[in-house]
Design a protein around this ligand. Structure first.
Ligand code: PA5
Length: 455
């Protein structure tokens, strides 16, 4: 029986860090009617099909197709999966692989990887990195998954063109379908034209749809994340069960019972009434490092908005920051404790690591190390975490603790789903559209024009 992830807000309360920096029970009570109102709107619009991310986990038909297709490619001797995509098309699978794959996966032998393919997520257009990947990955044993909802993103299309040419030269056009999967928006009169459709047609490549009502940064549980996840042997069913478990908790309006709404309310109040204009996501587990990166995109792109829903200029948004415990204790924590008190801290922690590593009884001549001898790295990590949150409390810095029972697919499903629902609720509280990204689109268009393109 899988356990729920737990949220502890006690260190973000005024009773812990003082009234100027913490939230009181009265402040939480005061925002409850707004939460209930926003909840009713979100649920109604969800039922109308406006926000597809909520229900991706229910699409068992797509998931079965994803799994069957992954099994087929793996049977055909695929040893490398190369994802070509950027932003929401890349950050999700990166977060999943860091969380659920073994560290240094790509550097291990095939046997040590238990036959699982290596993963290369190409989310940039750095020519040196891309060329190096092309040298490392033998096209005959590689599957390229081109992911772009719009099917027009210059970075991804440039990568796609380079890879198609390589495949044509090395394997021949008729073999491309065995090495290419396209994930893009569906075809249809109402759908925007994806430039990846003619590519799929030209080579007969397998194609997965990104539903039109699912934005890039909310798409990790669609084939965008789930197809490469299945290729990498992740337990996608357990991930979906994690989403379902979190949906049960977050589809009711009671603020104190709903971890996503509670986190949204606290972040919103911190930003708008306590001067906490930054939100630091700091996991104490390397496996969660890229979840922090994924969160940064979700929070920044969803909430950083110039106009409110009623057209007023508002310039909203709380700047997300990624950090890593204990590493950044020796880099950022000085600033976090003694610099401006303008941040809220999200500490991600594990109930237990999958491995225990004892610190051996060596160096007995160095008696100053007695305190470490015979303990474990696990215990030291816990002590470091405890030290940081206690020190932050002394400096009156608010902290929310998010506790995962352990690092597995179920817990990751819960965590990412919760952060998505939280972002949707925060959007309502700020009264902005959390689901568009006009600021990004404009930059994309300018770059296309500079390259001589038309739109
Ligand atoms: O969240 C978003 O919508 C963006 O970050 C997109 O994912 C990113 O711009 C890539 O777009 P596309 O999937 O259309 O190539």
């Amino acid at each position: 029986m899988e356990q729920d992830i737990r949220i502890d807000i006690s260190r973000a309360k005024s009773s812990a860090v003082g009234k100027p920096h913490g939230i009181s029970s009265a402040e939480l009570q005061a925002i409850e009617p707004r939460i209930l109102e926003a909840h009713a709107i979100l649920q109604e619009e969800r039922a109308q099909g406006k926000y597809g991310f909520y229900d991706l986990y229910k699409d068992t038909e797509t998931l079965e197709r994803v799994k069957a297709s992954a099994a087929r490619f793996l049977d055909n001797g695929i040893e490398n999966v190369v994802v070509l995509g950027i932003g929401g098309s890349a950050l999700g699978i990166t977060a999943l692989q860091t969380a659920l794959g073994l560290p240094y996966h790509n550097m291990m032998s095939k046997a040590a990887r238990k036959g699982k393919p290596r993963l290369f997520v190409m989310d940039n257009i750095d020519p040196v990195t891309f060329r190096t990947m092309m040298r490392i990955c033998n096209p005959a044993k590689t599957l390229y998954n081109v992911i772009s909802k719009s099917g027009g993103t210059a970075e991804t299309m440039a990568q796609c063109m380079i890879i198609i040419e390589q495949l044509e030269k090395k394997l021949g056009a008729d073999k491309i379908k065995d090495h290419l999967v396209i994930t893009t928006s569906p075809r249809g009169e109402d759908a925007p034209k994806s430039l990846l459709h003619p590519v799929a047609d030209a080579y007969g490549a397998e194609t997965f749809d990104i539903p039109l009502n699912v934005g890039g940064r909310f798409s990790v549980f669609s084939p965008v994340g789930m197809f490469p996840a299945a290729m990498l042997g992740m337990d996608v069913d357990a991930m979906m069960a994690g989403c379902e478990a979190m949906d049960r908790r977050t589809s009711q309006g009671n603020l104190m019972e709903n971890p996503a709404y509670l986190r949204a309310a606290i972040h919103y109040l911190m930003d708008t009434t306590k001067g906490k204009h930054m939100s630091v996501m700091m996991p104490y587990a390397n496996g969660l490092k890229d979840v922090a990166d994924w969160y940064c995109q979700l929070w920044a792109e969803s909430l950083g908005k110039r106009f409110s829903l009623d057209g007023k200029e508002v310039f909203t948004g709380q700047t997300p920051i990624k950090a890593l415990g204990a590493t950044d204790q020796h880099s950022q924590v000085q600033l976090y404790r003694e610099g401006p008190n303008d941040k809220i801290f999200n500490i991600l922690e594990l109930g237990r690591f999958d491995k225990i590593l004892k610190i051996p009884d060596t160096l007995s001549e160095v008696t100053d190390l007695d305190y470490l001898r015979g303990k474990s790295m696990n215990k030291l990590m816990n002590a470091e975490l405890r030290g940081t949150i206690d020190a932050l409390k002394v400096s009156e810095r608010p902290v929310i603790r998010v506790q995962l029972p352990r690092l597995n697919a179920h817990a990751i499903g819960q965590l990412l789903y919760m952060l998505e629902v939280e972002t949707a609720m925060a959007g309502r509280l700020y009264n902005i559209n959390a689901f568009d990204q006009l600021g990004v689109e404009e930059g994309k268009q300018i770059a296309r024009k500079l390259m001589g393109g038309e739109r």
